[in-house]
Write a protein that binds this ligand. Structure first.
Ligand code: COS
Length: 384
């Protein structure tokens, strides 16, 4: 058991939330984590369990039928689910990412229209990246053209988490290429809209339970009430969104790292070599101590970033990028060391640490590579 929860003497409701999500994750999600990974299948059991407990999209405000979880509560939910299954933790994370542009930019009717079903289990994906526009997000080419009163969307999006499973898609599209990032606008497209289709699931190193597909738009025709940003305000909205949601990836990385440390610590007390527990060797103790130390540092940064997200502090951009980069680098190191502690047993799927190591890698890449996070951090260093 880590020190989490007592780190800052969090108010009791956060500690109770952690305990209940941990219990749910151990009982309903962990038992399926290996099969979900091996079979590359959506974690339906986790999805059902999260929905039943109000954790599918807990960030949705209570007025729209959600739990109104604040940024820190959402972090704790994602962290605890990720501790046992990364792919399952993407359910609440992607639902927040997909719907946050609507929460930040949409009007009351739009929120009512899409947040209410989200709280009831209709997932929400975020469509920003394209095959030629990854880190260079504003180079996106998916086009939204005004035809009469409607918008017609054509193009394709890549690396879309939970695509095909989600009911709703926030689509960031270009309306006026001559204006660059100022020509970009945000829309909501529904899975049932004629003209939307999905590619085959990507064959990934990790997070195999979470489907990642391309999304194609072939003359998808929608009315103006699907537009959730000002015309030309879509890129800012997309970036504003990431400032809040990169913290959820930090939470996921933190949970994966904690899960790996917990497995490694337990194993070090069970495994005997040279007539004693391997824990008794200082070389192993140093590794475990470093893992725990780095996790606590990542947790401190992530929770601080969550508080800044909740208050929309001026230095949120720095903190969200820093928490994501730091926690994911920690997750990569910790999971790699956990495999080392377990030796040969760590390298095979009898134990979950090899899955955690594969999952950790993605947290250094998505929602902005850690190189992009460092650009964001540098651009947001105070200089006065
Ligand atoms: N919040 C609000 N607005 C922002 C912003 C932010 N965090 N970052 C940039 N903008 C605005 C800028 O203010 C600028 O508007 P002005 O011209 O009025 O100043 C506009 O957007 C363009 O910004 P900029 O010139 O800085 O854009 P760049 O092309 O240099 O790209 C990065 C900026 C690299 C930070 C951005 O493209 C990025 O985050 N890339 C990674 C994308 C990503 O995370 N993809 C993962 C997919 S989601 S799973």
């Amino acid at each position: 058991m880590s020190n989490d929860g007592v780190l800052y003497g969090l108010p009791s409701e956060y500690n109770e939330l952690r305990e209940s999500v941990r219990a749910l994750s151990e009982k309903e999600i962990a038992p399926h984590a290996q099969a979900v990974d091996e079979d590359h299948r959506y974690p339906q059991e986790a999805s059902d369990a999260l929905l039943k407990s109000g954790l599918f999209a807990a960030h949705v405000p209570t007025e729209f039928g959600g739990d109104g979880a604040d940024a820190l509560a959402t972090v704790i939910i994602i962290e605890e689910v990720a501790r046992v299954c990364g792919a399952s933790s993407l359910i609440p994370a992607v639902n927040k990412l997909g719907s946050l542009p609507l929460m930040l930019g949409g009007n009351k009717e739009q929120k009512e229209r899409w947040l209410t079903p989200l709280a009831k289990g209709k997932g929400f994906s975020y469509c920003l990246s394209e095959s030629e526009a990854g880190s260079d997000a504003s180079a996106l080419k998916t086009k939204a053209e005004k035809v009469g009163d409607n918008w017609v969307i054509n193009g394709s999006k890549k690396w879309i988490s939970n695509a095909g499973v989600s009911e709703f898609y926030t689509v960031i599209a270009q309306c006026d290429p001559s204006k660059g990032s100022k020509g970009i606008t945000a829309f909501i497209v529904e899975k049932s809209d004629p003209g939307i289709s999905f590619g085959a699931p990507e064959k990934k190193m990790g997070f195999r339970g979470s489907p990642t597909r391309e999304v194609y738009f072939d003359n998808v025709t929608i009315s103006d009430d699907r537009r959730i940003s000002e015309i030309g305000g879509g890129f800012s909205l997309a970036m504003d969104t990431l400032d809040h949601t990169r913290i959820t990836i930090a939470a996921q990385a933190l949970g994966i790292a904690q899960g790996a440390l917990d497995v490694a610590t337990k194993y070090s007390h069970e495994r005997k070599q040279f007539g004693k527990e391997i824990f008794d060797f200082q070389g192993v103790q140093f590794m475990l101590a470093d893992m725990a130390m780095n996790i606590e540092a990542a947790r401190a940064l992530t929770y601080a970033a969550a508080a800044k997200s909740e208050r929309a502090d001026k230095d949120l951009k720095f903190f969200s990028a820093a928490s994501k980069a730091f926690a994911s680098d920690v997750a990569m190191k910790v999971t790699t060391d956990a495999v080392q502690v377990l030796g040969g047993y760590g390298y095979v799927s009898d134990y979950p640490v090899e899955r955690m190591m594969r999952d950790a890698k993605l947290t250094q890449i998505y929602e902005g590579t850690n190189q992009i996070q460092r650009i964001v951090m540098a651009r947001n260093l105070p200089n006065d």
